[in-house]
Design a protein around this ligand. Structure first.
Ligand SMILES: Cc1cc2nc3c(=O)[nH]c(=O)nc-3n(C[C@H](O)[C@H](O)[C@H](O)COP(=O)(O)OP(=O)(O)OC[C@H]3O[C@@H](n4cnc5c(N)ncnc54)[C@H](O)[C@@H]3O)c2cc1C
Length: 432
């Protein structure tokens, strides 16, 4: 039985891993060359602590305030595109307490399953991806931020996660080099992190060694439907002799094309409200100032991840844009937040060189997060095709949820009971 996976990001490759393990003949179709996608330059967090979906009370109000600032971490490009309006309306409707209450348990279950599977990869000796269990600290510098985070910490504990509240001096002692200027923080012990670029380099090699066919530079350009199923996937690949059209017959198709998924879903007759959410990161090689723990600067929505010999700083959410332009003011806003919260770290020579706009422009990476309309991923069968599994919309949690998603996708494909409940992630939950 042949499974075709569309998209070679972390979700598609994880699905390929578990499908192959389950005995499927797997072909991954990827329009790029598997050297860059949203799955590479991200922060590498595996965050059970991120159990509150993106669509939650207060997010819209905060977003509107941020729209007024050119260096804020949030931006929506004004547009009359129907898809953006429809997505926005659904997102606003989802920002309720009831939605959050319904979502946290299924999200935590999938996050924990995913962390367990990723840890299994890390300890199997198959990967060297700097998997580290050192938790993640959320630092706040306002009383509102503190109240919100303490409430989240209590909720985390009620869900069985471990959280420690740090007073200002305790936080400062945790990171002596960074000379923290914060009110306090919460350390979420269950979080882990890995170096996503290493995972994304090694996973394709492992898959190929196990017989998975990875077709690079092969873009899916159409889906052939017959009798309520996808009969074949049509592709165009760039060969040295010129473009070549191909057709892959499929018993099962997994749509994991990240922010590009809505177009492909349309070809299959499915409707997927999803927008790209562009984010930036900058990586500093061999920093001289040490940061021990991954951390998030709460009010600024900036994240930092330290690995053995590098440090990454990332943030921003530009909704609806796929224009490949680096908006420098926003990236400078990220560095300003580091200066405010972690003034000692900001003195690192590697960070200081980024004050030159040209250097910053060159060194900035960006990726498009696939944003669902309610902050929960789409995982499951669609409406119109009995052999199409959608696996996308993971927003800020693609790495955190990849291995768990891969595992449940394989279970669905093979008709097995799923390890964690998937009702909350049903792709059919939105109407046209
Ligand atoms: C700044 C930043 C920081 C982040 N930090 C974290 C973090 O710490 N932890 C976390 O869990 N998540 C994080 N994320 C989110 C995470 O990176 C994404 O959720 C994840 O990478 C999405 O993976 P994906 O496989 O769905 O999409 P992608 O990685 O975008 O992969 C989709 C693939 O599909 C391919 N494709 C598209 N259309 C076609 C087609 N027609 N034919 C063939 N191939 C096609 C694309 O080329 C692409 O390679 C972050 C994101 C950003 C931007």
């Amino acid at each position: 039985m042949r499974a075709i996976v569309i998209g070679g990001g972390v979700i598609g490759l994880s699905a390929a891993y578990f499908l192959q393990e389950d005995g499927w003949e797997v072909v991954v179709l990827e329009k790029g060359d598997l050297t860059n996608s949203c799955s590479f330059g991200n922060m590498g967090y595996l965050s059970p602590s991120h159990f509150i979906p993106l669509a939650s009370p207060g997010v819209v109000e905060q977003g509107l305030l941020w729209l007024l600032r050119a260096d804020s971490p949030f931006y929506v490009r004004p547009s009359l595109r129907w898809q953006l309006i429809d997505w926005g309306a659904k997102f606003v409707r989802a920002c309720t307490r009831t939605h959050v209450e319904r979502s946290v348990r299924p999200l935590v279950d999938l996050l924990l399953l995913s962390k367990e599977e990723t840890k299994r990869w890390a300890t199997s000796g198959l990967f060297d991806m700097e998997y580290t269990e050192r938790g993640c600290v959320i630092y706040y510098n306002t009383s509102k931020g503190e109240q919100e985070e303490l409430a989240t910490a209590r909720q985390a504990e009620a869900l069985g996660l471990q959280a420690t509240v740090l007073q200002r001096e305790q936080a400062r002692a945790l990171e002596p080099d960074a000379q923290l200027d914060v009110r306090g923080g919460v350390l979420y012990h269950d979080d882990a992190h890995l170096y996503p670029n290493a995972l994304m380099e090694q996973l394709p090699r492992l898959l190929e060694s196990r017989g998975v066919r990875l077709r690079r530079r092969t873009e899916v350009v159409g889906l052939e439907r017959r009798n309520g199923a996808i009969a074949a996937v049509r592709c165009r690949s760039d060969e040295t002799s010129g473009p070549v059209e191909e057709r892959f017959a499929a018993d099962m198709v997994v749509l994991a094309a990240g922010a590009w998924s809505p177009q492909l879903a349309r070809w299959s007759g499915e409707y997927l409200p999803l927008m790209p959410g562009k984010g930036y990161s900058v990586t500093i090689e061999r920093p001289q100032r040490v940061l021990h723990h991954p951390c998030i600067l709460k009010e600024a929505r900036v994240a930092l991840t330290p690995w053995k010999s590098r440090l990454r700083i990332g943030s921003t959410m530009e909704v609806g844009t796929m224009d490949d332009r680096v908006r420098l003011r926003r990236v400078q806003g990220i560095l300003k937040a580091v200066q405010q919260y972690l003034p000692g770290l900001a003195e690192d020579p590697g960070i200081r060189t980024l004050s030159d706009p040209e250097v910053l422009q060159q060194r900035t990476w960006f990726g498009y997060r696939p944003l669902s309309a309610d902050g929960l991923p789409y995982i499951g069968f669609g409406r119109k095709n009995r052999n199409l599994i959608l696996a996308t919309g993971h927003a800020m949690l693609g790495v955190s949820l990849a291995a768990g998603t891969g595992r449940v996708v394989a279970e669905l494909a093979s008709g097995k009971p799923v390890t964690v409940p998937l009702d909350a992630f049903d792709p059919k939950r939105f109407r046209y």
